[in-house]
Ligand binder design. Structure first.
Ligand code: F6P
Length: 548
């Protein structure tokens, strides 16, 4: 099981505090100048990837101390507990086995006496047959026409992962098939998607682990009504609606037949579920073989995570960096900056993965934590983001660690675009690290022959202190396999952070509260049931009632 230690009580924590005092004033420029081997020492290779940690405010000693912290917090044992199916999601009494979804080994994985890999493979086979049927045209709509549109209806983990992966792998998109997503309960989402579609050639995938999520069920009913306006007869529903869920009873109540239901299990967390049946829209969009490649890339990262020593273990090191910045530099945010248009939805996906997992303030003893946990995750694709928020990263008052992510080869190699894109990636990480000194700014301004007074006035505004930490993640090409490995890396990073913060990463009670409250108010709005609110909430409800 997971250990129950307060990280601040570890010997390494105190040592890290001392080390922080020594390292904090040092500039990355100096660290690079004093060690020509720095990049080689602080970068890590994994298959087609390079993870360059050298532009972080660390030394060998920092990593050694952080690894010591991971050991004191029982990270190696926690990793094993996760992979072997111990019920480490203790507040829900569940195992955490998303890694089983991409486990292609021929060994058994027993959970409560059952080899769960058999069930996993049965569902994968079901998904493959379904995808092949859609692509070959042997599975059709109620008038016998081939499906041309697939609409995934889901939210949170039943939406963000599939949508992000479909976008990232768009180049692999099957011809003559478009994938759409409806998630928001705002009717505009459904209206805008459905407006473009023809019911005869549209398949709806209702993706919901619980099958009770209000947004998804409401959107699913809207889609069903829209479909029936044209199809008229409810018998046709079974040809156009499939469900992805752990809750087969609720699926049946909705009217979707068992043969159109793709199951998964309570040991798959919503935000870790794109590898399960929840990935059906991905498999349909890019073909089952590519979906399998995604799983195989993740499996390879899983093996690395499980076996590599902590000091060479990429997800562990990336997690430890985040602990370093969050708990010693007091950074409160972390930016994700994919320099790849196809990966533009990665920040949104990682927001849920990390913030829903580790946005907690109660430790595994049930006590309030006395240290920071999850920082805010945000970001957007480069180079667009350079023209929106990069100013703040360069010259603002807060320190923002950033992940820069790119592929060396473009999936759309047009002229010089890739070289231009990547020159921005390299230039930004270099500039954030180096900054621009007073002497450098002065020399630049002197070249412009500015009068001395004007030069002096301008100089402080053009100064860049630099010393801004970045991690560069580069892969050869954005393929399904490499994407799988990258996403698994971030999943494991999230897990390790939670282990070290001594919190439970796999529940989300905070989200449940909002759901409960909305259900009560919904009754009030739709059925006029009286209720007792604070004066602000009551005023807003009254405003809606008289204007809505
Ligand atoms: O946001 C809360 C949450 O429970 C997520 O964890 C989950 O991904 C999302 O809602 C959707 O849940 P479901 O797949 O059960 O509809």
């Amino acid at each position: 099981m997971l250990r129950n230690t307060t990280p601040t009580s570890c010997a390494s924590w105190a040592e890290l505090q001392v080390h922080y005092q020594q390292l904090q004033p040092q500039h990355l420029r100096g660290l690079f100048a004093s060690d020509p081997e720095r990049a080689a020492k602080l970068s890590f290779r994994f298959e087609d990837f390079i993870f360059d940690l050298s532009k972080n405010r660390i030394t060998d000693e920092t990593l050694n101390l952080l690894v010591q912290l991971a050991e004191e917090m029982g990270v190696p044992g926690a990793i094993e507990s996760m992979f072997t199916g111990e019920k480490i999601n203790a507040t829900e009494n569940r195992a955490v086995l998303h890694t089983a979804l991409r486990n292609f080994s021929d060994q058994e994985l027993l959970l409560d006496g059952e080899n769960i890999l058999d069930e996993v493979r049965d569902v994968l086979k079901q998904m493959q047959q379904f995808c092949d049927g859609i692509h070959s045209g042997s599975i059709t709509g109620y008038t016998g026409k081939r499906f041309r549109h697939i609409v995934n209806i889901g939210i949170g983990g039943s939406h963000l992962g599939p949508q992000m992966v479909c976008e990232a792998l768009k180049i692999y998109q099957q011809p003559d098939l478009e994938v759409h997503f409806i998630s928001n309960v705002d009717g505009t989402d459904a209206a805008e998607v459905l407006r473009k579609l023809d019911p005869e050639i549209t398949l709806f995938i209702i993706a919901s682990k619980t099958f009770t999520t209000k947004e998804t069920i409401t959107n699913a009913h809207t889609a069903r009504n829209w479909f029936l306006e044209q199809a008229k007869d409810v018998v046709h529903v079974s040809k156009h609606f499939v469900a992805l869920s752990t809750n087969t009873a609720e699926v049946e109540k909705f009217g979707i037949a068992p043969e159109n239901t793709f199951r998964f299990w309570d040991w798959v967390g919503g935000r870790f579920s794109l590898w399960s049946a929840i990935g059906l829209s991905i498999a349909c969009a890019v073909g089952y073989q590519n979906f399998e490649q995604l799983l195989r890339g993740a499996e390879s990262m899983d093996k690395h995570f499980r076996k590599a020593p902590l000091r060479q273990n990429i997800p562990v090191l990336i997690a430890l960096l985040s602990i370093w910045y969050t708990n010693f530099f007091n950074c409160q945010t972390h930016a994700i900056l994919p320099y790849d248009q196809y990966m533009r939805l990665l920040p949104e996906f990682l927001q849920q993965l990390m913030m829903e997992s580790n946005g907690k303030s109660t430790d595994r003893n049930g006590q309030p934590v006395t240290y920071q946990t999850q920082p805010v995750i945000w970001g957007a694709a480069g180079t667009n983001s350079q023209h929106s928020f990069f100013q703040l990263i360069h010259q603002g008052t807060i320190l923002i660690p950033c992940d820069f992510i790119a592929a060396a080869q473009s999936n759309n190699p047009i002229g010089e675009h890739q070289a231009l894109l990547l020159s921005n990636f390299f230039a930004q990480t270099e500039a954030l690290m180096q900054g621009k000194t007073r002497d450098e700014v002065r020399a630049e301004l002197q070249q412009k022959n500015l009068p001395e007074a004007e030069l002096e006035a301008l100089l402080p505004h053009k100064l860049f202190r630099g010393n801004k930490p970045t991690t560069s993640i580069m892969m050869k090409q954005l393929t399904p396999y490499n994407l799988g490995a990258l996403l698994a890396m971030y999943e494991h990073k999230t897990f390790v952070q939670g282990v070290i913060w001594n919190i439970y990463s796999f529940d989300q009670w905070g989200v449940e509260l909002g759901k409960q409250l909305a259900t009560t108010i919904e009754k009030e709005l739709l059925q006029d049931t009286p209720a007792n609110h604070d004066s602000s909430t009551q005023m807003l409800i009254n405003y809606y009632k008289s204007n809505g």
